[in-house]
Design a protein around this ligand. Sequence first.
Ligand SMILES: [Zn+2]
Length: 156
Amino acid sequence: MVKISKTKHITRKGVVKRNPRKSKYNIDGMPNLPMNDRVYLLRRKVIELIYEANRLVGGLPRITVRITTKAAKHPTWMGCGVTCDKQVSIYIPAETLNEDPQTIKYVVFHEIIHTVFNFKGHKTAGLMRPIIQRGLTDFQINEMFIKEVNSIRRKN
Ligand SMILES: [Zn+2]
């Protein structure tokens, strides 16, 4: 269970480590939006980014995408990824999808690293910062993503 925040990450990380069940509960605080034309288009945006990620690094599994409301308890979460019994799911609040394309890509690629590559931690730089880094170019985000994936694959 992971997320990106605009605010401090230490508290959130503490919560997740101390009580993983609680963090799972918090996904329930991000209810899926009922599917309609608008939500379908938002979901499509995320799926397109997953296709793009797969073109960059190859070998990504099927990923379930859920468009949700913002987590009431954690309004700063921009995305959340969960892997359960090999089923990879990415939860994106609809609000995140109003952001600029690079911000959306950062969130989706970040969650792919957490879920598909089972990377639970965060880093102080690059794509896996706990707090979103804005102002990056599309190219920079692609490069960061490829770099993270290569470094994880090298270790496995
Ligand atoms: Zn994260």
